[in-house]
Design a protein around this ligand. Structure first.
Ligand code: 6CS
Ligand code: FE
Length: 282
């Protein structure tokens, strides 16, 4: 969804054509938005963050089922000053504010490692379905911003998206257990759409993979049906996700009497919108 607001003329705002494409498809990829030296810095920071989080067995570090490989590290924007600066960078923030039509804050950030040979799949899902039910996010007024730290190609399990799927809310079958995140972040079993609903969406919109060079940035609607395969290639596929939520869409109580999820997965304390920083000169 695209919302009207005071940020339509931001320095890095999308053009009318780009915004129309985002509104219809539910996503847009900007190739080469970040330059090589920035990406190299981000990869170095990512490796340091993973090593430290794994060594200290921080709750923000989610391991693959083998208990060895790190699958994701959450809350990097608060654990690392380079990531903090990046999510305030006008090249990302101007687009998020334009799409959401308001000031924004970070609902969640995560570094998905997808290491070569060992990165396991993320089955099809809508993030909003989880954030609405388990975090109490009221409306579809959030956007995920994905910074490709590695090249995403046909071999290393790029993100797959279903164009137009953001326009349909798929109710999922089953009762979400308390503390579901302890399993779902590794292998999601609840909040998973049924094959008939997936077929309905894919017949209409097909499937598109977000392949692109490192330094590309993908924006996708919070209700976009997406997933990714296991990575059996030798090439890692590290992607850095920032979820911008509108300050007008802050979390309420989770559905069905569920307890709120931990702050590192779903920020509730944000009472200030993000302060923008200018991009680092090339
Ligand atoms: O539960 C969540 O918030 C996480 N789960 C998935 C599969 N994607 C969004 C998010 O990282
Ligand atoms: Fe997701």
């Amino acid at each position: 969804m695209v919302y009207p607001g005071p940020y339509e003329q931001g320095e890095f705002a999308l053009s009318e054509h780009q915004l129309r494409s985002y509104r219809n498809k539910g996503f847009i990829q900007l190739r080469g938005l970040l330059h090589e030296t920035e990406v190299a810095d981000l990869l170095r920071e990512a490796k340091n963050l993973v090593t430290a989080s794994a060594r200290e067995r921080r709750p923000e570090a989610v391991f693959e089922s083998d208990g060895r490989e790190v699958r994701s590290v959450f809350r990097g924007h608060e654990l690392n000053s380079v990531f903090d600066r990046l999510m305030r960078d006008g090249r990302m923030l101007d687009v998020a504010r334009q799409i959401l039509g308001s000031d924004v804050y970070i609902h969640q950030s995560r570094l998905n490692l997808k290491p070569g040979y060992a990165g396991k799949e993320f089955y099809w899902h809508s993030d909003f379905e989880t954030w609405h039910v388990e975090d109490g996010m009221p409306r579809m007024r959030a956007v995920s911003c994905v910074v490709l730290l590695d090249e995403n190609n046909e071999f290393n399990a790029p993100l797959m998206l279903v164009p137009g799927s953001h326009m349909h809310y798929i109710v999922c079958i089953g009762q979400t257990p308390q503390d579901h995140y302890k399993k779902s972040l590794r292998k999601q079993e609840f909040g998973v759409p049924d094959p008939t609903s997936l077929g309905f969406l894919m017949e209409r919109g097909g499937v598109q993979s977000a392949k692109g060079p490192a330094g590309s940035v993908l924006f996708f609607d919070c209700n976009m049906m997406h997933g990714s395969n296991s990575n059996i290639s030798p090439y890692p596929r590290s992607n850095l996700f920032f979820v911008y939520n509108s300050m007008e869409n802050r979390l309420e109580s989770p559905q069905h009497g569920l307890q709120p999820r931990p702050e590192f997965i779903a920020a509730r304390g944000a009472d200030l919108s993000l302060e923008r920083v200018a991009p680092t000169p090339r």
